[in-house]
Design a binder for this molecule. Structure first.
Ligand SMILES: *Cc1c(COP(=O)(O)O)cnc(C)c1O
Length: 419
């Protein structure tokens, strides 16, 4: 459920007309709904009720500081994968005790900065990383709280580029080696083992792979405890999928996910951490774009819009589907379009053979489900300035990242004195 609905045939974001925002800010523009962000966080928080837990928003899905503050003010933790994301979470007012640091390639600088700034836990992915964290913590006279990310060798049945839990993926340590790695961790002076971490992929539409992974984690918990390790937290990662097509069967709900977590892990007396990104932010965002031209091809009709692959790369990168709807709700979807952007690549195609309402140059469309892995993956390819972001809350809206001017974009380059 989201808060983007038609009122008298006009698309609204909560109580604000999307066309009004487009007029004020220009297009393309990302629009996020505070109410949807809050609702999705609350669904996860409620789903784990009765178990000690922390819902850590996966910052990589949407790292705008205003979005992070919206969630952080509700008590959300943050899952970060770089010191840049860590500093964004801090800028949003989230304390270090609620920030977990994931990722396979944390640099020494990143480890040092986050240890000094305060960190809830490092999700560690290799023995060399354990060694580095221990060394740096010892230098600083600190003890680093650590969970080791295990790779359970489970097929997440999702797009290959976002599956992370198979043995051939670069993530985690093989679960078969977990005992040895935990023994190594326990031998290091700067490390305190606090739990186990797992994350098997993104956009999962079935609970079965999660269940398989969590059963393995439950077994491992008992094994590691028997060997004397303190396993007081289980970080279960993110990955629950969202319905990108309104007309399709929906993925499991957070409540169903929560019930499965309780079933597989509820007996272990642990604090549960989860790291949802897409499910919290995905359907809380639209990308709004204006039609530049309608172009008649040989055997197809192109809808050329002013958003492009540099603004929303998911269709080009993952063959992802986004529903594209008119901002002025009009006629039945009677016209078939290829929806494309202006970038000089054939990959700059958002949809092929899409039945839509008849649209004219100058009219607005909205890409649904664009709040996660949208603006964060935007670039300036083709020297298109970074797409702006707007946050709506009730009847008010604010630009939370302005569109840079061409001058600002160009002024970042410098010409050497010898040129
Ligand atoms: C990407 C990622 C997430 C978030 O995944 P979603 O599918 O957006 O919920 C959580 N944890 C880790 C370690 C990740 O890499």
């Amino acid at each position: 459920m989201d808060h983007f609905n038609y009122r008298d045939g006009v698309l609204f974001a909560e109580d604000v007309s999307v066309a009004d925002i487009a007029r004020a800010v220009g297009t393309p523009v990302y629009i996020y709904s505070t109410a949807t962000l809050k609702r999705h966080f609350q669904l996860f928080d409620d789903a784990l009720a009765g178990m000690p837990h922390l819902v850590c928003f996966a910052v990589k899905a949407n790292s705008n500081v205003a979005v992070l503050k919206t969630l952080g003010d509700l008590g959300a933790g943050m899952d970060v994968v770089s010191v840049g994301e860590y500093l964004r979470a801090k800028a949003a007012g989230v304390p270090g005790e609620r920030i977990v640091f994931s990722g396979i390639g944390k640099t020494r600088e990143e480890i040092r900065t986050t240890l000094l700034g305060g960190i809830r836990q490092f999700n560690v992915e290799s023995e060399p990383e354990l060694q580095a964290i221990s060394d740096i913590a010892s230098e600083l006279g600190l003890i680093a709280p650590v969970a080791v990310r295990v790779n359970p060798d489970v097929d997440a049945h999702t797009h290959a580029k976002i599956a992370t839990g198979k043995s051939e993926n670069k993530f985690g340590i093989p679960i078969s080696r977990a005992q040895a790695v935990y023994a190594f961790a326990a031998s290091l002076p700067g490390i305190q083992v606090v739990g186990i971490d797992v994350h098997i992929g993104s956009q999962l539409t079935d609970l079965a792979p999660f269940r398989a992974a969590y059963q393995k984690v439950a077994e491992l918990t008992e094994v590691l405890r028997a060997e004397g390790h303190t396993i007081s937290r289980l970080d279960l990662g993110g990955g629950l999928g969202i319905p990108y097509r309104r007309d399709n069967s929906a993925p499991p709900l957070p409540s169903e996910y929560g019930a499965m977590v309780r079933e597989t892990l509820g007996h272990l007396d642990v604090e549960i951490e989860i790291e949802p990104g897409r499910l919290i932010a995905g359907n809380a965002g639209l990308l709004v774009s204006r039609v530049i031209y309608v172009k008649e091809g040989e055997d197809r009709r192109f809808l050329i819009v002013d958003a492009a692959m540099n603004d929303l790369i998911r269709p080009a990168m993952y063959e992802a589907h986004h529903d594209i709807i008119p901002v002025d709700e009009s006629l039945a979807p009677s016209t078939v379009y290829d929806v494309v952007g202006p970038v000089c690549e054939t990959g700059d195609t958002f949809a092929r053979g899409r039945a839509m309402a008849p649209l004219n140059a100058g009219e607005l469309v909205a890409f649904r489900s664009a709040g996660a892995y949208g603006a964060v993956m935007a670039s300036e390819y083709n020297s298109r300035p970074l797409v702006p972001e707007v946050l709506v809350n009730g009847d008010q809206f604010a630009v939370i990242r302005p569109r840079p001017s061409y001058e600002e974009m160009i002024a970042r380059d410098t010409i050497p004195a010898w040129l």
